[in-house]
Ligand binder design. Structure first.
Ligand code: BG6
Length: 485
């Protein structure tokens, strides 16, 4: 059996890891702009300058490892500012995807390119022009754009003045952003994601609040649920036929032993992730979450009308990232929703300790389909490795080819043997980009090598790797390409 003809295959990215163009054409400052390459200490406060020259001060995000953030100080390196400069390379990059025969590109919107502080009444025309040009460039090659409206970031202004997602002001600003995007891009973009990895809410940079208590984080999540539901409702009204999903970090969790306590712990830990999908796909809070909130002193402020909004804006499909899996016992420590990633003796891991688990991908597809019966879109997967180019910038990345073969086989089995409707697969960072967790350039995922190092030095030239040609052949021959058994 071949993969379904209409399955979408592509590359995925996030603006602050890929786009660059910092301060250009009126772009305002986002929370992620303060994240350094990890080489400076965390200051208590960060200062920033808006494109109009005014200065502001905002607290450092608190959930990043020490040394991960800084202010805009001379001599410090901020990867998001240049990233790998998609802003000026988008035509070339999209041409590479087209050359491989891909038919999808996932990218995210830099919120402050459209609303520099989040608060403006009118969108920045140049920001919308850029994303429209990107969409049109994709469509020129029959590449479907898949847009993440908000990928782990927030206008710095909303963080400083409103504590980000703690405030309902941010809901209004988000809906305003959505309206501007739908007005400009509606009819040309079918697939939308309201939020990236909404189940991993990592303090300041994602949420814009310095309050990292569980109560605050779930309050932010509630506001994001409302914002997402309003966006879905608005999007359905303004763009008939458009499909909305939200994205979840779906790393499977396995019980480490068959001790019933460990197996029960696996179930309750998994619910920390499933909770987010339950709310967004079913439109209501699951009953068991009330007990969890009670035990953890979480008292949500839910405004009249919120429950109705949630039920009216449920998602059309479920998308997720799946890089690795982990194990747990009844004693595992769960920090918010993030389980420390314990090694699994049955799996190999990357140099960054991420386990490689293709069967885990099939497991998640089955888990989500059994539970929700909604189409599934794998919007992030891939292998982060320190590629070693030769003097001609050629990368012999057989390890990536093998990784993809194994994961594609898992998808094929899920479609063919388990009957799961898979909408598509977008590999993370098809053109190399900056790592989210470490700020490194060294951790590369792409089919295309970008000549840039951890400090942003290099020509930024693009060079196809060996996996580029493998993927091109895969796209041409579909499942006839030999897959590992
Ligand atoms: C996902 C994020 O969690 O993982 C991406 O949505 C991120 O933004 C990706 O880049 C891979 O993580 P890392 O840390 O290797 O870049």
């Amino acid at each position: 059996m071949r993969f379904p003809e209409d399955l979408l295959w592509g590359s995925a990215s996030a603006d602050f890891q890929y786009e660059g163009g910092f301060g250009e054409d009126g772009r305002g400052v986002i929370t992620q702009d303060f994240v350094t390459d990890g080489s400076v200490d965390v200051p208590r406060m960060m200062t920033y300058r808006l494109p109009d020259g005014t200065r502001g001060e905002t607290p450092a995000r608190t959930s990043m490892p020490k040394g991960a953030v800084g202010d805009f100080r001379e001599g410090k390196y901020y990867p998001s500012h240049q990233a790998v400069d998609f802003y000026h390379h988008y035509k070339e990059d999209i041409r590479y995807l087209a050359d491989m025969g891909l038919n999808c590109m996932r990218f995210s919107i830099c919120w402050t390119r459209i609303f520099p502080t989040g608060m403006e009444e009118k969108p920045n025309k140049k920001g919308l022009d850029f994303y429209e040009a990107v969409v049109d460039e994709c469509l020129k090659y029959d590449i479907q754009p898949l847009i993440t409206i908000c990928h782990d970031e927030l206008p710095a202004y909303l963080a400083e003045h409103y504590q980000g997602w703690m405030s309902r002001v941010t809901i209004d600003c988000y809906v305003k952003l959505c309206r501007a995007l739908f007005e400009r891009l509606g009819g040309r973009v079918k697939y939308w994601l309201t939020f990236n990895e909404v189940n991993i809410l990592n303090g300041y940079s994602h949420l814009g609040t310095t309050d990292c208590t569980m109560a605050a984080t779930y309050q932010c999540a509630h506001h994001m649920f409302v914002a997402s539901a309003l966006a879905v409702k608005l999007g359905h009204e303004m763009m008939p036929g458009a499909l909305f999903g939200a994205m979840y970090a779906a790393s499977p969790v396995y019980a480490r032993t068959c001790r019933p306590q460990d197996v029960f712990a696996q179930m309750t830990i998994r619910r920390r992730t499933l909770f987010y999908i339950d709310v967004m796909a079913r439109g209501e809070y699951p009953v068991w979450q009330a007990d969890f909130f009670k035990d953890n002193g979480v008292e949500l402020v839910i405004e009249p009308g919120d429950k109705e909004i949630l039920s009216q804006g449920t998602i059309d499909y479920i998308s997720f990232s799946m890089y690795r899996s982990t194990t747990c016992t009844a004693d595992s420590e769960l920090k918010m929703n993030v389980l420390s990633f314990d090694p699994n003796p049955y799996l190999e891991a990357t140099p960054w300790g991420w386990t490689i688990d293709p069967l885990g991908l099939r497991y998640v597809l089955n888990e989500f389909w059994d539970r929700y019966q909604l189409p599934l879109f794998i919007v992030e997967n891939g292998l982060g490795m320190a590629d070693e180019p030769d003097e001609d910038f050629w990368v012999e990345d057989d390890y990536r080819i093998n990784y993809l073969k194994d994961h594609f086989k898992a998808i094929k089995d899920a479609v063919e043997l388990d009957g799961i409707p898979v909408l598509g697969y977008t590999m993370w960072g098809g053109i190399d980009l900056v790592s989210l967790s470490t700020g490194e350039m060294k951790k590369r995922y792409g089919w295309v090598y970008v000549d840039m190092d951890d400090k942003g030095k290099g020509s930024l030239k693009r060079y196809p790797k060996k996996s580029f040609y493998w993927m091109k052949d895969f796209m041409k021959n579909g499942s006839r390409t030999p897959l590992n058994s």
